[in-house]
Structure formats: C-alpha cells, structure tokens
Design a protein around this ligand. Structure first.
Ligand code: GLN
Length: 195
C-alpha cells in the first residue's frame, strides 16, 4: 500500500497542506508523533511560526528523531516557517531556536521587515510550467546557498525563495493558501521515489 504524506501538525497551516494534497488526489495525514511520521512517505513542515514549531517539537520529544530522519534522507518539504526549520543556519532566530536541518542554506527570518511583511507575486519555479502565484507572509529569504543546493525559485530582484537538496525542498512562500498545487505534486513525486 502507498504510504500517505505526513504534515507536521504542531502549529501552523497544516490543514491547508492536507487540502492541497487532497486536490491532486494525494493522501496526506496530520502527524504528531514519531510513530505516525514513520508510517508516512515524507514530512511536510508547514508555515506558521518557526520558533513555536521548534519549541513544540522539543517538548513532544520530536526534535531529535525528526532531525535524524531528515539527515538520513527522509523526504521533506518546508514552506515559510518550514523552510526556516529545514535550514542548516537560521539568521535572526529567537535565542534558543534550532533548525532540523536538511538544506545546506542560511535563511533569514522575517526578511522583508515590517513595511512589506505580506505580498503576492508571480514567479517561475523549476519543474512547473508557466508561472506560480506566490503569497509571502512574514517570509524568510535564503541568503547563503551550499554547493549541493539547487535554486528552484527567485524573486525578480534575484533573491532566492526556493531551494532543493536531495529529498529536501524548501520555499519561502505559501502555495497552500493560493490554490497552487503543482509544487505539492513535485514533492509527492519525491516522496514516492526518493533518491
Ligand atoms: N516569520 C515566521 C517565522 O519566523 C514565518 C512566517 C510564515 O510561516 N508565514 O517562523
């Protein structure tokens, strides 16, 4: 039997991710324990507040097990706060905040400042035909890219908002809130046939 995709449901917009997978006929389930995660084919870290996701993952004893699985190549996809949690380094983090890692990048939280903390724009995305309508909400930016990391999306000014390394994908924006399901379809393919 095909395993579903798991969406980490500690905090953030996990329901929207489940609905987006459902719109393309891919089963996705909420996960809150390591047993539940081990019954899935890949783990989505949703948008929300990365410092809270880190704190709750630690409190529930999930932080180290998730970090270990991602390091071993378990497919994972982070949006916004989820991208922050997949970075190897978080810039402007809260004091005790730590990432799961998985992507050799440095990501700056809240990189657009208060004046422009939410906006929408169209961009191109590697592996998706045409344009992607992207919603940015207190979004991070990828400021350093490791040598094995592929850039999948940039803003017009060149700032990096999408990256992939092996079975890990991270994006600064929220396809799950704009009805965009093609990036979720790309992740579903990775989860089905990981490297
Ligand atoms: N600013 C949030 C953080 O630091 C991310 C915002 C989001 O996920 N929309 O985690």
């Amino acid at each position: 039997m095909v395993k579903p995709i798991g969406v980490l449901a500690l905090q953030g917009d996990f329901r929207e991710h489940i609905a987006t997978f459902s719109s393309i006929g891919v089963e996705a389930v909420k996960v809150r324990s390591i047993e539940e995660i081990d019954a899935t084919s890949g783990l989505v870290i949703p948008g929300g507040e990365s410092s809270v996701i880190h704190r709750l993952a630690s409190v529930y004893g999930l932080f180290d097990p998730i970090r270990e699985r991602i390091a071993a190549g378990f497919p994972t996809f982070g949006t916004c706060a989820g991208l922050i949690m997949l970075a190897s380094e978080i810039l402007d983090k809260t004091d005790d905040q730590q990432p799961f890692g998985g992507l050799d990048v440095s990501v700056r939280r809240n990189a657009f400042g208060n004046q422009l903390d939410s906006f929408e724009t169209d961009l191109t995305f590697t592996g998706v035909d045409g344009t992607v309508h992207a919603a940015f909400i207190r979004a991070p930016i990828v400021e350093r890219i490791g040598k094995d990391v592929e850039i999948t999306a940039k803003l017009d000014d060149g700032r990096v908002v999408g990256v992939r390394q092996g079975n890990a994908m991270g994006i600064s924006f929220h396809p799950e809130v704009t009805g965009e399901n093609r990036i979720h379809a790309l992740f579903a393919k990775i989860a089905e046939a990981p490297n």
